[in-house]
Every structure is written in C-alpha cells, then in structure tokens.
Write a protein that binds this ligand. Structure first.
Ligand code: C2E
Ligand code: CA
Ligand code: CA
Length: 454
C-alpha cells in the first residue's frame, strides 16, 4: 500500500513538474490559477500573473549549444525563484517562458514591481564556461479580475493566463526587454478589440471564413494567368471584416497558423474544382504570414495540402514580404529552397515598401515581384513613382522575375505600366476579388478570358 502511494505521488509529481528545472509546469500552473481566481472572487481581492519570456533564446541555443541553453534556463529558474516572494508560485510554462502567480490579495503595484525586479534579475550577466552571456526578457503582467470582465461576453477574456499572455506579446512586439501591464481601463478601442478577439475564436468554431479570388492578368491581352486567394471573415453582426483588421488579430493570438492552413487547403481544393469545369488557371497565389512561415510544421502542412488535393506544386505561389525574408535570411533561404525544390514558387508581396536593398534579392530563389499598390496609385502624377517602377522593371528583368503591379484601377495606369515594361497586373480595373462561383460565371460569360497555356 505504501509502495503504491509512493508510486502515485511520484507520478503526480512528474505530471505537474518540469523535468529540466523542477518547477511547476503549465498543468500545475493552470490549476493554481483557477484556484487563485476563485479565492480572489471569494475574498473580493485580486490575483496576479507575471509571464516572462527570454528574448531571442533561439539565438543563444544556436550560438552556445543546447547544453548551455539548458543550463541558462536552469539558472533563470533559480533567479526567478529567488526574486519571487513567499507564497508566489513559479512555473515554467514553455521552452523559455516562465510564470509567477501572485495569490489573492495582491495589487497591481506588487505585480508590476515583481515584473520589474525579474527583468533586472535576468539582465545580470550569466556565466557559462568562464564566459559572460547577456540575456534580456519580455514580461507581461495581468491582474484578475480585470476591467475587461465587465465588457466581456465570454468568460475567456477574464482568464489570467490569456491576459498576461496578451500583455507579453505586446512586450515582445515592442522589441523585447520590456514590461507591459495588461490594461483595459475602459478604453473602448481595447474593449472592442477584445470582443473581436473572442469573436475570432468563435468564427473558427463556426467556420465564418471564406476565400475570394482576384485575377492576375497579362497586361497586353488582359488574359487571366492566375488568381490571388484573399481571406474574408463574414461576422454575424459586423458583416465582412476586412483582413487588415482580423489578420493582425489572428497573428497576435496565434490563430494565423490555423487560418493559414485552412486557406492553403481551400485554395488548392478550388483549383481542382475549377479544373473540373474547364477553367484551367496556371496558378493560385496564397499569402503566407511570417508566423506561418516560421512554424516548423509549415512544410509538412504544405505537402499535406498538395497530397490531399493532388494539385501540381507548380500551380501554387506563395506571397511573402521583404521583411519576412530579412528577418532571418539564412532560415528563409533554407525554407525557400526546400519548397522551391518541390515546385512551389515565391512572390515578394508589397515590393518596395520594405527596408531591403535590391541586391539581397539575388540570394533567394524567387519567381515574382509584386509592386506595391502605393507606387501604382500616383503613377500618372508622380515622376518619382514612375522612376521607381521603371527601376523595378529593370531589376525584375535582370533577375528573371515576373512582375505584377498591384492595385491597378485606371486605364491610364495600365497604359503607363505597359509602357514602362510591366508584364502583369492585378486590380479593380480588371476585376475585384470575387467568390469562386462568381469568378467562374465571369469566365463563362466571357467577361474574363483565360490565358491559354501551350
Ligand atoms: P495584399 O496581399 O496586398 O492584397 C491585395 C489587397 O489589395 C487586397 O485587399 C485586394 O482586395 C486589394 N486590391 C486589389 N485591387 C485593388 C485596387 O485596384 N484598388 C485598391 N484600392 N485595392 C485593391 P484585401 O483583400 O483587403 O487584403 C488585404 C491584405 O490582407 C492583403 O494584402 C494581405 O496582406 C492580407 N491577407 C488577405 N488574405 C490573406 C490570407 O489568406 N493570409 C494572410 N496571411 N494574409 C492575407
Ligand atoms: Ca498578397
Ligand atoms: Ca500586396
């Protein structure tokens, strides 16, 4: 009996602890958060959560090796434990992410002060094999109950972990080495955002997304060579929510991978459905956001979508931005090479708005450039924009890249682009983004013409 009890205790311990640091793990933390929230409700006080994430930890791992990386994590765990006070629970919640739970009865000041002391503790040099290494961290702090609770429809926003996580991503976005306190403070814009965030989860559950497609045409003949897949969210109350609103939101709450994979499959599927009714497009172009691109499972997801639908990889184009390429050029090169080797092509989206030099482009296996709409917009009146477009045309030609001008709205713009040597256009002049069946009808009624490949 005692033996059995010991084994049970050992099992419970492993289930609730992190093997590397001996701290509580996420499972244990979640249980403790639930209890602290209940206690705060009962005593009409507050509980708090401080989340800490080491900045750029992958860089450390790569530079010093995984053993050193592990040692730094253990040392970080020790520092956090020393900094945390009596009754405050320390947990390791993910690779390089730690949490300290402040029990009911705490205040915003106490939580924030702990966060600041943690930042200072991490900023002290680490010694590894006689060498000094410097780390920094990002910290997100949240208090329960929060003002947001008043506005929230679903209980999801009132969870400490989600609120602190939200603050943590903001600290990360601001460049790291920073503390952000989760505040709502009756700011209607924030409340609105939170509401939309909750709706986004709901939208995933209810399948409120659809794909629209916008044709990309040959500038001279007007024939359609491919389409760009553009996501739409049909919100039950607000109607169509523009992607400029919900994509950044999906990125910040980690839903973009899910949505991106859905787009990928739906776009490939659509190609086969058009094929079946005799509308044979050369390719479908899909926007890939940086988070998707950096996800280790991305390549597998792409291969799965191809296998599932049976489409030829050469009919898939990925649109990525310059900043995605420049974030980690080596990583990007590897991934681009892996995917181009199976036939997928890459286009640089919004070209000209990034900070990259033109010379870097040669390093990557790219197929297309899409000149940003902003250059097309004032093309007719701005000599400067004309010069830029003309330079991009020259660049594309010398690198053997296909060029697409985005956002072409007038005949004057199209004529000027043709004169400058641009070969493809996309924009309202030709066609808005349309649902798949409407697009099919446009082909059937000949208001759009297919480009015939030989
Ligand atoms: P983008 O990739 O630059 O897409 C082009 C945007 O320009 C689309 O807006 C399109 O409807 C709009 N547009 C096309 N022609 C014209 C024109 O002649 N005039 C004007 N004024 N606008 C035109 P949309 O659909 O609102 O998409 C906005 C952005 O959201 C996209 O910009 C893209 O960055 C992002 N997005 C859309 N779908 C997805 C997706 O599935 N995944 C990801 N990661 N991002 C997406
Ligand atoms: Ca695009
Ligand atoms: Ca674009």
């Amino acid at each position: 009996m005692t033996h059995w009890r010991e084994r049970e205790a050992a099992l419970i311990h492993t289930l609730n602890h992190d093997a590397l640091t001996g701290l509580d793990n996420l499972i244990a933390l979640k249980a403790a958060i639930g209890a602290a929230q209940d206690e705060a409700d009962l005593t009409r006080t507050h509980a708090g959560l401080v989340l800490l994430d080491i900045d750029d930890y992958q860089r450390i791992n790569r530079a010093l090796g995984y053993d050193a990386g592990d040692e730094l994590l253990r040392e970080t765990a020790r520092r956090i434990q020393h900094t945390a006070g009596f009754g405050e629970r320390v947990a390791r919640v993910a690779g390089d992410e730690f949490a300290v739970l402040l029990p009911a009865g705490t205040t915003a000041e106490l939580a924030e002060s702990l966060g600041r002391r943690l930042l200072t503790a991490i900023a002290q040099p680490y010694r590894h094999r006689g060498q000094h290494t410097h780390l920094s961290a990002s910290v997100g702090v949240a208090l329960y109950p929060d003002q947001a609770a008043k506005h929230a429809k679903s209980g999801a926003q009132t969870n400490l972990l989600r609120m602190a996580d939200h603050a943590l991503s903001q600290a990360k976005e601001s460049g790291g080495n920073a503390l952000v306190f989760h505040t709502i403070d009756n700011n209607p814009a924030d409340a609105e955002r939170l509401k939309l965030e909750a709706d986004l989860y709901e939208a995933v559950r209810n399948g409120e997304f659809s794909l629209y497609f916008q044709p990309i045409t040959k500038i001279r003949t007007g024939a359609v060579v491919g389409v760009e897949a553009l996501m739409r969210w049909n919100h039950p109350v607000h109607g169509l929510v523009p992607p400029s609103t919900f994509i950044p939101l999906a990125e910040s709450i980690g839903l973009i991978n899910y949505l991106g994979n859905w787009v990928l499959k739906a776009a490939c599927m659509q190609i086969t459905q058009w094929d079946a009714i005799g509308i044979r497009l050369d390719y479908v172009s899909v926007n890939v956001s940086p988070q998707q691109f950096r996800d280790k499972r991305f390549t597998a997801a792409v291969k799965e979508a191809l296998a599932l639908t049976g489409i030829d990889a050469r009919r898939l184009v990925f649109e990525i931005t310059e900043s995605l390429l420049m974030h980690d050029p080596e990583e990007a090169t590897c991934l681009l090479e892996a995917l181009t080797s199976i036939g997928i092509r890459f286009a640089v989206d919004d070209f000209g708005t990034g900070y990259s030099s033109l010379a870097y482009l040669q390093r990557f296996p790219l197929s297309k450039l899409k000149i940003d709409r902003s250059f097309v917009e004032n093309l007719v009146t701005s000599r400067n924009n004309r010069a830029i477009v003309s330079a991009v045309v020259g660049l594309a030609q010398s690198l053997g890249l296909e060029l697409v001008a985005e956002g072409v709205e007038t005949e004057a713009q199209r004529d000027l682009l043709a004169e400058l040597g641009c070969d493809h256009i996309q924009g309202w002049l030709i066609c808005h983004a349309l649902p798949s069946d409407e697009l099919a009808r446009s082909f059937q009624s000949n208001s759009l013409v297919l480009h015939e490949t030989l």
